[in-house]
Design a protein around this ligand. Sequence first.
Ligand SMILES: *[C@@H]1O[C@H](CO)[C@@H](O)[C@H](O)[C@H]1NC(C)=O
Length: 212
Amino acid sequence: MRVIAYLLALLPILYYSIDTILPRFFIFDPVRLQQLSQASIEKFPDNATLLMEDLQASLLAEYGDKHINGLRKDAWFFNNAGGAMGSMIILHASVTEYLILFGTPLGTEGHSGVHLAHDYFTILHGEQSVFYPGDIEPTVYKPGSQNHLPKGRAVQYILNGWALELAQGWIPSMLPFGFLDTFTSTLDFHNLWNTVYWTARGIVGQLLVGKF
Ligand SMILES: *[C@@H]1O[C@H](CO)[C@@H](O)[C@H](O)[C@H]1NC(C)=O
């Protein structure tokens, strides 16, 4: 019994030590991603399709095809989570990071979720408004600006447009938030399959090239 108590007491320490070494595995830099986004926005401010194609090309040039996926139309899928709905494509997924294009041309609203990861949301087209409990006025993010949602925090948000989203932390812990609406709401199992397939393909593929 005593051994179990000791082990339980060690868990937070273990979690904390692993958590502090996670950043060693990060390859993306939110500041650089914002610069690349701003360059594509400047070239294609009025066309989200061309803007995202241009951004994917510069991400590919910056990080290589070992880490950045192509923009295939059939690799887009829906994400229903926290009451919001949009579509996304995975440019990169590994154990400690994901980089996606996310958004909706129609508009959506919901809860961000609470994650064991930092989230950097760079607006490409349209806008996002967020507020934290205690805020009375919304904070509005326009193309080129970056919204950092710290690990463990949550916001209500409205998004109308497209964003480049980087998450850095324990990516597998974020996945249930992205899946569970399938069982409680949408019953869109085809979409669940796409979500699992593209996520697993990303994470396993990155492990195979030595990216944790
Ligand atoms: C953006 O460009 C694509 C590809 O050239 C085109 O099909 C689309 O209609 C354009 N969208 C707008 C809003 O101009």
